[in-house]
Ligand binder design. Structure first.
Ligand SMILES: C[S@@+](CC[C@H](N)C(=O)[O-])C[C@H]1O[C@@H](n2cnc3c(N)ncnc32)[C@H](O)[C@@H]1O
Ligand code: SF4
Length: 388
């Protein structure tokens, strides 16, 4: 390992670097989704070629960096034919030093999981599958346009476990037609499914016009904010009883099953980002690729990396990022760093609010570190905005 590789040295931790690859194709767009996705597969082959070109362009910059995680996210990466997936992972291993034992995660939609697919993924080098369960209630799944039912999610979880791969399962709290009982049932089922890692998201409606409109027209289909908050706190207790520890706002893991790749984002370890709209943190710079799919493909066909944003992270921004990202983790951040930040900001209202967040037990200090309490996590978005 070479933690001192000049391009990969993390400002905060000697953690090995990781690689994110965005695979944007989906069969249909789910009503709540605001990720960069495409339901037109006509460019899929050209996209694979573009990814391989981008890998080749990045190889000299990444030379000598020992990557110990790869994350294939989407979109629906499980839609990618197994042969293309193998070609992509082989291409990465040829151009980058992907170390033995690296965590290689594939996001999968339940309807794509079959014994053959799971075997092919494992053969290609995938070690971990993140399954978008969302709910085990057929009515809730249909309400947001999911292409699978609860039975398919159950089969997918069993199949992935049978192929010897680690499992993460996603659920959403706040789906239309969801009740406290149905959410509790989904959570209980996911806990018993063999998943060693779970991600539970509160339904985000800010960016999705479809969901916003539905909520406005049919408010009774949605749990109130208070009901969601109660369920969220109850869920934390259930997961703790079931042996999961809460390590990041939306993520819980059994011992040893934390997401190695995702931890890199919160700990500011270096990560490359390949593919349309992918973001990266590399050599102390934050870069983002263009989010227009055809432009991404065309630029790479012309031999250029389609970077839309590229900026060095200043010392002040680095300090801010350390707080905003580090506070997402249950381990929190060194308390003096927060105190220094609040003092240096010189804003009386921030200092007052900071004191009240502590008095109200939204933030707590333990062993010299400041972290959110479980109640604090519920309002963490509003609090973290104040540090930006
Ligand atoms: C990149 S997405 C998609 C993964 C995969 N294509 C799927 O649909 O299962 C990863 C996860 O983000 C969550 N997600 C997507 N949109 C969301 C939203 N508007 N609110 C809350 N969670 C969302 C879902 O749980 C989803 O499984
Ligand atoms: S399948 Fe996943 S990525 Fe695609 S639209 Fe649905 S939630 Fe978004």
């Amino acid at each position: 390992m070479t933690p001192d590789h000049p391009m990969t040295r993390s400002p905060d931790h000697p953690i090995r670097p990781g690689i994110y690859v965005h695979l944007p194709y989906c069969r249909v767009r789910c009503s709540y989704c605001t990720f960069v996705v495409s339901t037109d597969a006509s460019s899929a082959e050209a996209y694979q070629d573009a990814l391989l070109r981008e890998i080749a362009l990045l190889a000299p910059e990444a030379e000598g960096a020992p990557f110990d995680s790869v994350y294939l996210g989407g979109g629906t990466p499980s839609l990618t034919p197994a042969a293309l997936l193998a070609r992509l992972l082989d291409g990465m291993r040829e151009s980058f030093d992907v170390v033995a034992g690296a965590e290689i995660t594939l996001e999968a939609n339940p309807e794509d999981v079959s014994p053959t697919a799971a075997r092919d993924w494992a053969t290609a080098g995938v070690t971990r599958v993140s399954i978008g369960v969302q709910s085990f209630d057929d009515r809730e799944l249909a309400a947001v346009g999911r292409r699978h039912d609860a039975a398919a999610a159950r089969r997918a979880l069993q199949t992935v476990a049978g192929a010897g791969l680690s499992i993460s399962g996603d659920l959403i709290l706040g789906l239309p037609d969801q009740s406290p009982e149905s959410f509790r049932a989904s959570l209980g089922e996911l806990c018993r499914s063999g998943a060693g890692h779970v991600s539970i998201y509160l339904l985000e409606t800010d960016q999705s016009k479809t969901t916003q409109e539905d909520r406005r027209l049919h408010p009774s289909r949605y749990l109130s904010d208070d009901a969601q908050a109660d369920l969220w706190l109850e869920m934390g207790q259930t997961l703790a009883r079931e042996g999961f520890s809460h390590y990041e706002i939306s993520n819980w893991a059994r011992p040893g099953q934390q997401a190695r790749h995702n931890l890199k984002y919160w700990k500011r370890a270096p990560t490359l980002g390949l593919g349309v709209s992918a973001h990266e943190f590399w050599g102390g710079r934050r870069r983002a690729n263009v989010s227009a799919l055809l432009r991404y493909v065309e630029e790479l066909a012309a031999g250029r990396r389609p970077v839309a944003r590229d900026a060095a992270v200043s010392r002040e921004d680095g300090a801010r990022e350390r707080l905003v990202l580090g506070l997402r983790l249950s381990e929190g951040v060194p308390a003096p760093e927060v105190e220094d930040f609040v003092r240096a900001a010189g804003e009386p209202t921030l200092a007052e609010d900071y004191a009240s967040w502590r008095d109200d037990h939204l933030l707590e200090e333990a062993s010299g570190r400041l972290r959110f309490t479980e109640r604090g996590f519920l309002v963490s978005n509003e609090i973290l905005c104040r540090f930006v």
